[in-house]
Design a protein around this ligand. Structure first.
Ligand SMILES: [Zn+2]
Length: 609
C-alpha cells in the first residue's frame, strides 16, 4: 500500500508570512549577511520529543544562512514575528480544496512543525491545516484526500561539508501546498496516476510555480510484514512507480535476509579497537585517518557471511544500508568483509591478522570504520544498531533519493512521529468566511472544463490531452494569449516537437520559458518561419544566447515581401524550364527551406508571369 504527499510551490507575489517576493534570488542579488545557528529538539504539544528531531540534533551541525537583499527579512530568520497570512495563497488553497471536494475548518490555526535538519533557521516550519475529508476520482476510482495544508517552503541547500551546512534563505517562506492522499493506494501504477492527476489539477489552477523543484512528491510505502517507509522529495513523477516498486523489492529482500539470518543464529558482537594493528597498514583510506590522529574500530557479525553483500536493490546491498547509518556520524563509510578487500589494498597477511583479531569463523563477517574518534564511536553504534535490526525487520525510515537513474533510495533519518507540532502563538487564527468559500467555488480548477477549452484551441484530442498533462500547459496559455502564433502550431511544438527533440538527445528542458516565449513572439511577428522554429529550438538547447541573437547568427531571418519576390525572380533566371512552377518552387525551397514560408512562396509564384 502507498500514500502520497504532494508539495507544490505557489506562484504568489509574496511569501506566506512576510512581504518578501516569492521568487528565487539571482546570483546578482547582493548578499547582505550570513547567520549561523545550532539547533536542538524541543518537546511538541504532546510533551514528548520527536525521534527524528532528536536524531538530527545528535549530529550537532552548524548551519549558516545566506541572506540576500530583498529576498529575506527578519521574519525568515526568526528575529521578527510573522505578519498576517498571505491572502492570495489562502485563496489558492481554498480553490484547490474545493476542487478536491474538501470540507474547510472554521478557523485556521497556524502550527509550528519541528524541523531540526537546519532547513529552517527557526528550527520549525509553519504549517496550517486548511481542508479535510476530500475525494478525487482518478481512472474511475475514488481516492480519499484526508488533508490539505498551507505551509512555508524550506531553505535551499547550497553546500554541505564536515563543518556544517550552508543554506540560501531566498526560497524560505514561499507558500507551499501540501496535499495528502490516504495510505491505501494499492500499487505503484495507481500511485503514479494519482500523482499525475493532482499535478494536472495544480497546473490547471494556473496559480503554481513551474520548473525544477517547484513540485515534489513524498511517497509512503508499506508491505505486509514490512514497515512504513517514506521516500522524500521525488521530483519526476514519471519515475514514481519505479521508486515504489524498488522499495517493495528492498523490503521483501530485507525480510528474506532477516529470516535466513535468524535461522543461521546470527548476532552482532561488541566493537574492537583496531587502531594499533592497522597503523602499519598500507590501506590508504584507513591510514589517512590514522595519520590525522583518528582511530579504526571494527566489530564481528557472527554468521553474517555473504549477507552484507546481498543485493536489496540495484547497486544497493545490506552493507550499503548499514553504511548509510554510519555515515550519519560524519564518517566516509565503512569497509566490510563481503567486499573484495584486496581492492582497498589489504594484503593477504593483513586479512589473516584481521580474521585472528575478530576470531572469525567460516560463516562470520566483520565491519571496519575509521575516522575521528568521537565520530567513529557514534558511527559504530549506529552501524551496529542497524546490523542488529537486520534480525528484527525493516526500520521505520525517511529515505532520500540515492540514484535517479536506478530509482534507488538511501536512509536519511528515522520516520518522524506525531510529536513535532505545537501551536504558533505569534500568528493570529484566521476565520474562514462564507464569502471565501463562495469565491473558492468560482475559482476551483476543473480538469474537464480545461480539456474542453484546450480542445477548442488546438482541435486535436490527443494533443489537447498531452498538453493537459504537460508541465508547459501554462506556458502554452501565456504564448497564445500574448503572441500572434497560432495555437495549433504552438501546441504541436510544445508537445510533439519537444518530445521528438528530447529523444534525439537535445537538452530541451534546459531552455527557460522566457526564451521559448521570445521564440514564439518572433514567429508571431513573422520574423522567422515555422521550420526556423525547429532549428532555433535545437540551437537554444545548446547555447544560452538570446533568441534575437541566434536568429542573427544563424541567418534565420525570414525572407518575405519584396525580398522574396526578388529572390524568386533570381532563381527563375537560373532555371532551365522557366514555365515549370513546381520546379521553381522546389528550387527555392531546396536552398531557402528555413527562411522562406511555403504558403507565401506559393502565392508569389502563382502571381509570377
Ligand atoms: Zn521576508
Amino acid at each position: 500500500m502507498c500514500g502520497l504527499e504532494i508539495h507544490q510551490r505557489l506562484a504568489t507575489a509574496h511569501k506566506l508570512f512576510c512581504s518578501c517576493p516569492a521568487t528565487l534570488a539571482n546570483e546578482s542579488d547582493k548578499l547582505l549577511a550570513e547567520v549561523s545557528r545550532y539547533q536542538r529538539a524541543v518537546a511538541g504539544e504532546l510533551g514528548s520529543v520527536d525521534r527524528s528531531a532528536e536524531f538530527e540534533e545528535a549530529k550537532n551541525r552548524r548551519f549558516n544562512y545566506k541572506v540576500r537583499d530583498k529576498h529575506t527579512c527578519l521574519v525568515e530568520i526568526d528575529e521578527e514575528p510573522p505578519h498576517n497570512i498571505n491572502s492570495e495563497a489562502l485563496k489558492i488553497a481554498l480553490a484547490m480544496g474545493t476542487a478536491m471536494k474538501m470540507k474547510f475548518v472554521d478557523e485556521l490555526q497556524p502550527m509550528r512543525k519541528e524541523v531540526v535538519d537546519g532547513s529552517d533557521p527557526s528550527a520549525f516550519q509553519r504549517t496550517t491545516l486548511v481542508g479535510i475529508d476530500g475525494t478525487i476520482e482518478v481512472d474511475g476510482h475514488k481516492i480519499n484526500m484526508p488533508t490539505l495544508f498551507l505551509e512555508e517552503e524550506s531553505s535551499g541547500i547550497v553546500s554541505a561539508s564536515e563543518d556544517g551546512i550552508i543554506y540560501d534563505t531566498d526560497r524560505l517562506g514561499i507558500p507551499l501546498l501540501e496535499i495528502d492522499t490516504d495510505a491505501y493506494i494499492p500499487n505503484a501504477a495507481a500511485a503514479k496516476s494519482i500523482a499525475l492527476y493532482i499535478g494536472t489539477l495544480l497546473r490547471v489552477s494556473g496559480a503554481v510555480q513551474r520548473g525544477i523543484g517547484s513540485i515534489r512528491q513524498d511517497v509512503n510505502v508499506s508491505i505486509k510484514g514490512g514497515a512504513r517507509v517514506e521516500i522524500k522529495g521525488l521530483q519526476e513523477v514519471d519515475k514514481l512507480d519505479k521508486f515504489v516498486d524498488n522499495e517493495i523489492t528492498r523490503q521483501l529482500k530485507l525480510l528474506e535476509i532477516k529470516d535466513e539470518l535468524v535461522k543461521a543464529g546470527a548476532s552482532v558482537d561488541a566493537p574492537i579497537d583496531l587502531t594499533e594493528m592497522l597503523k602499519k597498514s598500507t590501506v590508504r583510506i584507513v591510514i589517512n585517518q590514522l595519520e590525522r590522529g583518528g582511530v579504526a574500530v571494527g566489530f564481528r557479525l557472527k554468521n553474517f557471511k555473504g549477507f552484507l553483500g546481498k543485493e536489496v536493490n540495484p547497486d544497493r546491498r545490506l552493507g550499503s544500508e548499514i553504511s548509510d547509518y554510519a555515515k550519519m556520524a560524519k564518517v566516509n563509510g565503512l569497509i566490510h568483509s563481503d567486499e573484495n578487500l584486496a581492492v582497498y589494498g589489504f594484503t593477504e597477511k593483513e586479512h589473516e591478522e584481521l580474521k585472528k583479531k575478530f576470531s572469525l569463523g567460516p560463516h562470520d563477517a566483520f565491519v571496519i570504520i575509521a575516522g575521528k574518534k568521537t565520530d567513529v564511536e557514534k558511527a559504530v553504534a549506529l552501524a551496529m544498531e542497524r546490523a542488529k535490526y537486520a534480525l528484527v525487520g525493516i526500520p521505520l525510515e525517511t529515505r532520500a533519493v540515492a540514484n535517479t537513474e536506478l530509482c534507488t533510495t538511501r536512509f536519511m533519518r528515522p520516520l518522524p512521529g506525531g510529536s513535532r507540532m505545537y501551536p504558533e502563538t505569534d500568528a493570529r487564527p484566521i476565520l474562514i468566511t462564507k464569502e471565501m468559500v463562495e469565491l473558492a467555488k468560482k475559482s476551483a480548477p476543473d480538469i474537464e472544463k480545461e480539456k474542453k477549452h484546450l480542445l477548442s484551441k488546438v482541435d486535436n484530442r490527443s494533443i489537447a490531452e498531452q498538453l493537459l498533462l504537460s508541465p508547459r500547459l501554462n506556458l502554452f496559455k501565456t504564448i497564445i494569449s500574448s503572441t500572434k502564433a497560432d495555437s495549433g502550431f504552438v501546441a504541436n511544438i510544445l508537445v510533439q516537437k519537444f518530445t521528438e527533440l528530447k529523444r534525439s538527445g537535445f537538452e530541451i528542458d534546459s531552455i527557460d520559458e522566457q526564451r521559448i516565449l521570445h521564440l514564439f513572439e518572433a514567429y508571431g511577428k513573422g520574423e522567422i518561419t515555422k521550420q526556423a522554429v525547429d532549428e532555433l529550438l535545437k540551437e537554444m538547447s545548446l547555447k544560452k544566447d538570446s533568441v534575437a541573437n541566434l536568429i542573427k547568427v544563424k541567418r534565420l531571418q525570414r525572407i518575405t515581401g519584396k525580398d522574396l519576390e526578388h529572390l524568386v525572380s533570381q532563381v527563375k533566371k537560373e532555371q532551365k524550364d522557366s514555365s515549370d512552377k513546381n520546379e521553381l518552387r522546389n528550387l527555392v525551397m531546396a536552398k531557402y527551406r528555413l527562411t522562406v514560408d511555403g504558403a507565401e512562396l506559393n502565392s508569389v509564384i502563382s502571381s509570377e508571369k
